[in-house]
Every structure is written in structure tokens, then in C-alpha cells.
Design a protein around this ligand. Structure first.
Ligand SMILES: Cc1cc2nc3c(=O)[nH]c(=O)nc-3n(C[C@H](O)[C@H](O)[C@H](O)COP(=O)(O)OP(=O)(O)OC[C@H]3O[C@@H](n4cnc5c(N)ncnc54)[C@H](O)[C@@H]3O)c2cc1C
Length: 423
């Protein structure tokens, strides 16, 4: 069995950034993912655009998510120059997932990361409170992989949970998670007419909902522009009260959401001039999961700490995206917006599970409560969490200590030197 210094499970924004950061620190890194590319929800679930990640200080916008995330944005811009296509709009934070896949492959391979796609985590061997090795299921059977350190960036904390780490699911009272959403795209839209009809779409949708003609529990239609001509992006299906890590529930969610796609598409096509020639271009390969398992780490970051704009000595990332909770039970979306110039910090301890000493967790499944998760879950922030986990694993490896004993000052120094914003 070939041995690595660090194995990263999952290649979304968190996992890709973790692997790139660790490999750039000189570590021998393997990243495996069940899909065929890097990008995670951004590519498998067609999640777009990047949610806002800056705040206004003295009249100027200051980015709170930089480092590897900023480098990805710069490479997306260079890719546009290469292809002559409009691939990234700064103003709307829209990006091309096809270009993103290329950029992330390029960055991972340049850093020397070994990539293993089409590999599904299926077993973990633990002894002495450490992961000894893990097993992935592949086309040619199971493969064992071993390393000194592991980073769980699966979004659902699959590796941590299989290793026996404690976790919580959804909100505290009833464990319901934010809704799942199957994103889809509609082409051949007359965008000029669409802008004129935008508010009428919302009005008629509400009327149809009130009269029972629309079954989708979402309160309105959430629509974004894309980088393609005459194509609109819909983040507007909503499946509630199902468990995103129960395979039968997820199957039901996929079926229900697909019916909602048809319902919305026909509603638009049959009632609006801008959509009369529209075509259902694509649905995401997988339904999007906003929230599922979150580990019980050394520090549980809470919504209250976010609202208080708490600062931590072991901060490794910052954020100020609103606490954006899509109702886990039905209609409605609640928001808590941070005042201009205000932001919170995320402590390193929230990346460390209590039970397994050679494991870090990055991405939307770190140690947070339901409310805090509703803010830290966006792509710019999880990318920074991944970068921090990668650097921390490398710092731990260099001094041969467990991540909980890694030198936080050194982790922060490397992150800051690489352009990350941690305070
Ligand atoms: C519908 C929806 C809309 C959203 N809208 C926005 C938005 O507009 N803007 C924004 O910034 N954020 C948005 N978000 C949030 C954001 O997309 C995610 O929270 C974020 O991308 C999560 O990143 P991650 O790296 O933690 O996990 P993921 O992106 O989920 O990556 C996890 C990776 O692990 C792999 N994996 C999982 N389990 C296994 C396993 N057992 N074995 C092997 N591989 C595995 C997966 O294939 C995946 O590649 C949205 C999310 C959803 C679901």
C-alpha cells in the first residue's frame, strides 16, 4: 500500500484548497473524490454564483476570502483571456463551472497532488484513536490508502463519522436540515423581455402557489444570470424534511425535486413571453445539500458568536455572509445581515474533531451549529477553511505532532504569507 503524508477525502472547494495548500507546503498528498472532477457542489450540483465575501471599510470593499480563493478567481479571469469567453463576472460573481474544473485540476497538478477520481469512501480502520488507513470503492474493486494525516472535506463529514467521531445533524430542536435543491438551467430565454417580466413572474408564482397550482414549498422563484447567452440559472426547487445523509431520503428528494423542475419550467414557459421558446437545458448531476452532519469539534462555533462578531486567537478564516436559513420545514427564508465593516472569525479548533487525533475537517461540515453553518457554508469561506486545514496538516506533519498540537502561530504565519485573511 503506497503511503502518503496527507489524504484528503472530497474535492469540493474545501478539499481542493486543502490538498493544494498542503502540497505547496511540501507534503505528499492524495485527494480522492467520488465524482470525475474537482469543485464539489459548484460543479456536481451546479451551484452558482459565489455569494458575497467582502465588507466595506472606510468606503472601500475589503475581501474577507482571499489566499487560494483569490488565486482561483485570478485564474478564472486568465482563462477568460485565453478563450476569449466571458467566463467570470466580477460584478455578479458568476463563473463557469467548466472553466473552474480546468483551473482546479491545473492548480492541484501543479502543486503535485495525486488525484483519484471515481473513488467512494467505504471503510476506515482506526487504532489508538488514529486513522490507520481507509478504503475506497473503485471500478476495479476496493483500494486501501494510508497516510499520517487525513482531512475530511466530504461536505457530510463521511470520513469523520465512519471513524467514530460524534456529530450533530441540522438544527438542535428537531435535527431538520436546510432544504435540498436541484439546480437547473433554462436556455433560449429572451433576456431583455425577462428583465421586464421579472416582477410579474414573482407575482404570478405567488398566485399559483396560493391556488395550489404550484406545489413547490419555496416562497418565490430564485433566478440568476449565467455566463452563457440567453441562459438562466434556477436555484429554486425545495425539498424539506428529508435527511440528506439517508440514501433513501436522498433518492426521494431527487425524484421530488425533478418534478418541481418540470412544474417550474412549464409555469415559466406557458405564462411568460420571455420564456415561450425556452428549453430545459440541464439539471445538476446531484441534488444540492446545504446542510447535513457537522462534527462536534474542540470548539462549537455558534450563530450567537457570529452575530457578536467574535474574534479568536486561533482564527484561521473570516466571514460576514448573512445567516441565510432556507426554512427546513417549508416556505420562507430568514436572514441576519452583518453591519458594514463587521465580520466574525473562525477558530482552528472548529476544524478538529474530539475523538480522532490525526484527522482535520474542512468545509461545510466543521464544528458549527445550524445558525453558524448557514453563514460559513458559502464557497468563498469553505475554500479558506480548506486552505487552513491543508496548511495546518502540513505544519503538524513537519513537527510530527497531532493537528491539535500544531503550532498555531506558524499556521497563521503561512496562511497570511500566502495572502489569506485571518484577522
Ligand atoms: C442548492 C445550493 C445552493 C447554494 N448556493 C450557493 C451560492 O449561490 N453561493 C455560494 O457561495 N454557496 C452556495 N451554496 C453553498 C456551497 O455551494 C456549499 O456549501 C459548498 O460548495 C460546500 O463545499 P465543500 O467543499 O464543503 O463540500 P462539497 O462542495 O459538497 O464537496 C464535497 C466533495 O466530496 C465528495 N464526496 C462526498 N462524499 C464522498 C465520499 N463518501 N467518498 C468520496 N467522495 C465524496 C463529493 O463528490 C464532493 O466533490 C449552495 C449550496 C446548495 C446546496
Amino acid at each position: 500500500m503506497e503511503k502518503f503524508d496527507i489524504i484528503v477525502a472530497g474535492g469540493g472547494f474545501a478539499g481542493a484548497a486543502a490538498a493544494i495548500a498542503a502540497a505547496r507546503c511540501g507534503q505528499k498528498v492524495l485527494l480522492f473524490d467520488k465524482s470525475n472532477c474537482l469543485g464539489g457542489a459548484a460543479v456536481n450540483c451546479l451551484v452558482n454564483p459565489f455569494m458575497p465575501y467582502s465588507t466595506k471599510v472606510d468606503g472601500e470593499f475589503k475581501s474577507l476570502s482571499a489566499g487560494i480563493f483569490e488565486e482561483i478567481l485570478n485564474r478564472l479571469t486568465s482563462m477568460r483571456n485565453l478563450t476569449g469567453e466571458m467566463i467570470y463576472s466580477d460584478r455578479k460573481r458568476i463563473f463557469s463551472e467548466e472553466q473552474l474544473k480546468l483551473v482546479l485540476n491545473e492548480m492541484a497538478l501543479e502543486a503535485g497532488v495525486t488525484l483519484l477520481f471515481h473513488a467512494y469512501l467505504c471503510d476506515v480502520i482506526i487504532s489508538d484513536g488514529k486513522i490507520q488507513h481507509l478504503t475506497v470503492a473503485t471500478k476495479s474493486g476496493n483500494i486501501d490508502l494510508t497516510a499520517d494525516y487525513y482531512i475530511d472535506a466530504t461536505g457530510d463529514a463521511d470520513l469523520a463519522v465512519r471513524s467514530g467521531c460524534s456529530y450533530h445533524l441540522g438544527r438542535e430542536a428537531d435535527h431538520l436540515c436546510q432544504p435540498m435543491t436541484l439546480c437547473f438551467r433554462v436556455s433560449n430565454v429572451d433576456l431583455e423581455k425577462f428583465e421586464q417580466e421579472r416582477s410579474q413572474i414573482q407575482t404570478l408564482y405567488k398566485e399559483f402557489k396560493a391556488s395550489g397550482k404550484i406545489k413547490n414549498p419555496r416562497e418565490d422563484v430564485l433566478i440568476f444570470h449565467t455566463i452563457q447567452k440567453n441562459v438562466l440559472h434556477f436555484n429554486s426547487t425545495r425539498v424539506v424534511k428529508l435527511n440528506p445523509v439517508d440514501p433513501f431520503d436522498v433518492t426521494r428528494a431527487e425524484v421530488e425535486a425533478r418534478e418541481q423542475v418540470l412544474e417550474l419550467y412549464l409555469f415559466l414557459k406557458e405564462n411568460f413571453e420571455s420564456m415561450k421558446n425556452a428549453e430545459l437545458l440541464s439539471t445538476a448531476a446531484e441534488i444540492g445539500v446545504r446542510e447535513s452532519r457537522m462534527i462536534d469539534g474542540l470548539h462549537l462555533l455558534t450563530g450567537k458568536e457570529l452575530i457578536d462578531c467574535s474574534k479568536f486567537e486561533d482564527s484561521i478564516a473570516c466571514g460576514n455572509y448573512d445567516i441565510d436559513i432556507h426554512n427546513p420545514e417549508g416556505s420562507g427564508t430568514s436572514h441576519y445581515y452583518f453591519p458594514a465593516g463587521q465580520y466574525y472569525e473562525i477558530p482552528y479548533r472548529s476544524l478538529l474533531p474530539k475523538e480522532i487525533s490525526n484527522l482535520l475537517v474542512a468545509g461545510r461540515c466543521i464544528s458549527v451549529d445550524h445558525e453558524a453553518q448557514a453563514s460559513i457554508r458559502i464557497m468563498p469561506i469553505v475554500c479558506c477553511l480548506g486552505e487552513a486545514a491543508g496548511v495546518a496538516a502540513a505544519v503538524a506533519a513537519k513537527s510530527n505532532v497531532v493537528p491539535a498540537n500544531a503550532d498555531i502561530t506558524e499556521i497563521q504565519r503561512i496562511l497570511t504569507e500566502n495572502g489569506a485573511v485571518i484577522h
